[in-house]
Design a binder for this molecule. Sequence first.
Ligand SMILES: *[C@@H]1O[C@H](CO)[C@@H](O)[C@H](O)[C@H]1NC(C)=O
Length: 525
Amino acid sequence: MANNMVVKKVMWVAAMALLMCLAAARVVMAGAEEEGGGVGMVGSPDYGDALAKAILFFEGQRSGRLPANQRAKWRGDSALNDGREENVNLTGGYYDAGDNVKFGYPMSFTITLLGWSAVEYGAAAVAAAGQMGSLRAAIRWGAEWLLRAHTSATTLYTQVGDGNADHQCWERPEDMDTPRTLFKVTRDSPGSEAAAEASAALAAAYLALRDDDAGDRAFSTRLLTASRSLFDFANNYRGSFQSSCPFYCSYSGFQDELLWAAAWLYKATRDANYLDFLTNNQGSSNPVNEFSWDNKYAGAQMLAAQEYLGGRTQLARYKDNLDSFVCALMPNSGNVQIRTTPGGLLFTRDSVNLQYTTTATLVLSIYSKVLKSSGSGGVRCSATTFSANQISSFAASQVDYILGKNPMGMSYMVGFSGKYPRRIHHRGASVPSIKVLSRKVTCNEGFSSWFPTSDPNPNIHVGAIVGGPDGNDQFSDNRGDSSHSEPATYINAAFVGACAAAMGQKQVVKLEEPVDNLASMVTAY
Ligand SMILES: *[C@@H]1O[C@H](CO)[C@@H](O)[C@H](O)[C@H]1NC(C)=O
């Protein structure tokens, strides 16, 4: 073994680096305890704390009857009659953002992203942070709703609530009295984007939940059966989903969701029909520069590239397209399409920008992990070739920015570090909790008394990540500014995986106990 000396030397260097890393981590942890889970401008953020809070956020978005182990105590039961007018039980699920509508299309995307985070990082970082149970609960809460919404082979309920009426009120979910209008897609009025995304969500949820220690095999089997059924519905009755417009209009069409769902189903079942679908329809895949609730191509390309690198060489086009996505995002690639702010944040557009940052970061993180494990080198762009480590470092820099390493020194996650948004655009968080102010707060009273004040929100919606700063790294923490101050489920869902990836990469893994200051952040009533 001629290389023995070299190997030993590398191992020694690696061991020293690990020791230094652990020492640094301890310093960061000590600092974090004083600051309340935060991050200074030096060192790494406390990723375990951020991960726990990112998942806790979903409890604050819950609709329906809350369980006894609910930790976001400022919330109460809500919308207990959803679906009743059509004799369907559509209670449960998640409110989408700062409003009280249940939009099934982005809710499905949220579940797919949470499932993906669990599949890629569950066994390592998420488990090390003690958060796998919470993550599974968050996935299951949404997946149960999707199962109930798929009432026949060709029916999927896609929305509860009237977006316009809801937005004309500023009410807590616990006492809202706006119409709980039902929307569905059927064989006569199809919506392939919504049905295929729900299919993807349930396949991802199946993969995330099937090995649960609780071992609910019957439940995970139902997830997979429904996922297959929804794919067939989306594929056999093709039509574009526009009924959640103008809030969630599909611009990218449904081909992306069909590919994305097929890729998830292939991952979940290894059924050759789904591989054939990916192979035969790859002509509809093209390079993109964003990944969002509307545009899933980059996600499908990531899953298919993983199969390509695993030997399914007929899927080469997806890998090429994914490389283009990387080149469109990585600074100095020579092919950049998405700029970074002076402070280093990927900036797609000045409206809920962090949704694009977190989803891109998740894809970059997973791709770098897959490149490393397949030993396939880096990504070549016109000006340079990026190694897997360069890609994952850039991804981690986005997580760090969101958690406070930015020109404003602001964490864009509520309840993380000492400086975070206090006036998020969120009805439930900005009106006192029903546990404190038990009388009804009406539609207009919310708008006159609670929406316009410059006071901080009475409820700290721990873990909520807002739309984020503008293109010059500025943020005004203004409740009226929904583009920058509103959280959304899909921002947090993508962040869960991105944060877990950063945590694994930096080796700052917190073991045993759940998070130190989480208990103190969860207000008890
Ligand atoms: C709806 O489903 C939930 C969850 O399974 C259940 O707890 C609730 O009792 C059901 N509601 C009705 C009205 O059947």
